[in-house]
Design a protein around this ligand. Structure first.
Ligand code: NAD
Ligand code: UGA
Length: 459
């Protein structure tokens, strides 16, 4: 530890969407700490060491440029980084298990366990191990047991990450809270203090919450479940709005004015996406079932069911508006990322909608300002075949629309608002259908231009 009581060297296992940005912020805020981010994926490490980072986030390039090679390092030598670190973050993926017991629901902890075993083999005594990955409650117990088997005197902490993609750097710079869970022992509390010391370098101390370890693990799953539930609630109401001629934006505004409810996360949409909401809800459902709480499990499961319903409902409405067939029709897709500000396509609602349209033999012209063509093709390869089939990916939004029967907005990129829709309308077949899955555009203005427009939860 240095004279401020901070570790001199820390290491993060997992150079992904969380590990990279989180460690870049720590390196920037704590220049006296040497931060090494390691990964088994050598290509990813190489990308972090290149001019083209593997993660697209506003402000990240500058941050990495300032710190890389000074006190921020990306490496594939996992063991060396573990041996040298006094504090180690585990920040690997925890996807939904796609095999065996718990398939389709439980979190796959194989990567976390692998890290724990590696740490148990390599770490010095007294190392602090921090669970940053989102994990089921009581995962820290598994990590602790592995350490004890190797006779390692290691403290395990839970420090879940709450940043959202697209705003990761802002969220990390000014987090709503930093949560640190520890064992209720002198050594556990001391380890929590060391970690809190790092965050206190830039985070308001009142926003640093110290809790028990199981509460910390469960709070992360609960926070994501609440956020997803809010979106599913407004999306459920969007269907009722359409049936009753109410306007979902007006309803959301009225409801959100109540301070007890709050205005955020009430934007009706084609459905939520992203790598975490679905997997964390499934994980929560699995946990509830494991503890025999079937009613609780069913409650959270319904949040997911509603999201699936919303995505399919949207695609079905589109087909209906094109005289019940999209076969051989060209449809322009604006947005493939799961939200604006990121190149991440994991669980993007665009995948479900595009799959359904391709299965119905439409031609798709996809445009997204941040997502590379390879990611779009990879996600849709099972319905397009290896030759790419009826899918084209454009770097120019106007080319994507040329000769299309419909334009569908699936990501809330603000830049879409600035496009010349008069030009787009002129280049499309008539009637030109515009389906806005994010209620991004001014419906009245688009109608004036001649589009047949449909939003979500709108008349
Ligand atoms: P990711 O898939 O982008 O990155 C994980 C990385 O870990 C990969 O590069 C993988 O190669 C590496 N890895 C796996 N096993 C390894 C091992 N044994 N040794 C070294 N490297 C290994 O995942 P992510 O999006 O960064 O998410 C990481 C965790 O953070 C997940 O648990 C997720 O739920 C949670 N989380 C994610 C977000 C988000 O916005 N993506 C936000 C909050 C929390
Ligand atoms: C979410 C949480 O917001 C983070 O706090 C959490 O750390 C993270 O999951 C995680 O654990 O991975 P993220 O998935 O990156 O972050 O992005 P969100 O802003 O939550 O958006 C998720 C999805 O919901 C997106 O598809 C977005 O377009 C959609 N959304 C969001 C809506 O449809 N309506 C809204 O009102 C808000």
């Amino acid at each position: 530890m240095n004279h401020n009581g901070l570790p001199e060297r820390i290491c993060c296992i997992g150079a992904g969407y969380v590990g990279g940005p989180t460690m870049a912020v720590i390196a920037r805020k704590c220049p006296e700490i040497r931060v090494t981010v390691v990964d088994v994926d050598q290509d990813r490490v190489a990308a972090w060491n290149s001019e083209r980072l593997p993660v697209y986030e506003r402000g990240l390039d500058e941050l990495v440029r300032e710190t890389r090679g000074k006190n921020l390092f990306f490496s594939a030598d996992v063991d060396a980084a573990i041996r040298q670190a006094q504090l180690i973050f585990i920040c690997v993926n925890t996807p939904t298990k796609n095999y065996g017991q718990g398939q389709g629901k439980a979190a796959d902890l194989v990567y976390v366990e692998r890290c724990a075993r590696r740490i148990a083999e390599q770490a010095e005594r007294g190392t602090i191990v921090v669970e940053k990955s989102t994990v089921p409650v009581r995962t820290a117990e598994m990590i602790q047991t592995i350490m004890e088997q190797e006779d390692r005197d290691v403290q395990v902490l839970s420090n879940p990450e709450f940043m959202a993609e697209g705003t990761a750097i802002e969220d990390l710079n000014v987090p709503d809270r930093v949560l640190i869970g520890s064992a209720d022992t002198p050594a556990g509390r001391a380890a929590a203090e060391t970690l809190a010391g790092i965050y206190r370098t830039w985070v308001d101390p009142e926003r640093i919450i110290l809790t028990g370890i199981w509460s910390s693990e469960l709070s992360k799953l609960s926070a994501n479940a609440f956020l997803a539930q809010k979106i599913s609630s407004i999306n459920a109401l969007s269907a009722l709005c359409e049936a009753t001629q109410a306007d979902v934006t007006e309803v959301a505004n009225a409801v959100g004015c109540d301070e007890r409810i709050g205005p955020r996360f009430l934007r009706a949409s084609v459905g939520f996406g992203g790598s975490c909401f679905k997997k964390d809800l499934l994980n929560l459902v699995y946990l509830c079932e494991h503890y025999g709480l079937s009613e609780v499990a069913a409650y959270w499961q319904s949040v997911l069911q509603l999201n699936e319903y919303q995505k399919t409902r949207f695609a079905n409405q589109l087909v209906r508006s094109l005289f019940n067939t999209v076969t051989e029709k060209k449809i322009a897709i604006f947005g493939f990322a799961f939200k604006q500000g990121t190149n991440d396509v994991r669980e993007s609602p665009a995948i479900t909608v595009c799959r359904q349209l391709l299965t119905d033999r439409a031609w798709l012209g996809v445009y997204d300002p941040a997502v590379p063509e390879a990611s779009v093709r990879q996600e849709l390869s099972d319905v397009t075949g290896s030759a790419g089939g009826r899918l084209e990916v454009f770097s120019d939004p106007y080319d994507a629309c040329d000769g299309s029967h419909a334009l569908v907005i699936l990501t809330e990129w603000n830049s879409f608002r600035d496009l010349d829709f008069r030009r787009i309308f002129a280049s499309m077949h008539k009637p030109a259908v515009l389906f806005d899955g994010r209620n991004l555009l001014d419906i009245e203005e688009m109608r004036r231009l001649g589009f047949q427009v449909r939003g979500v939860g709108k008349v």
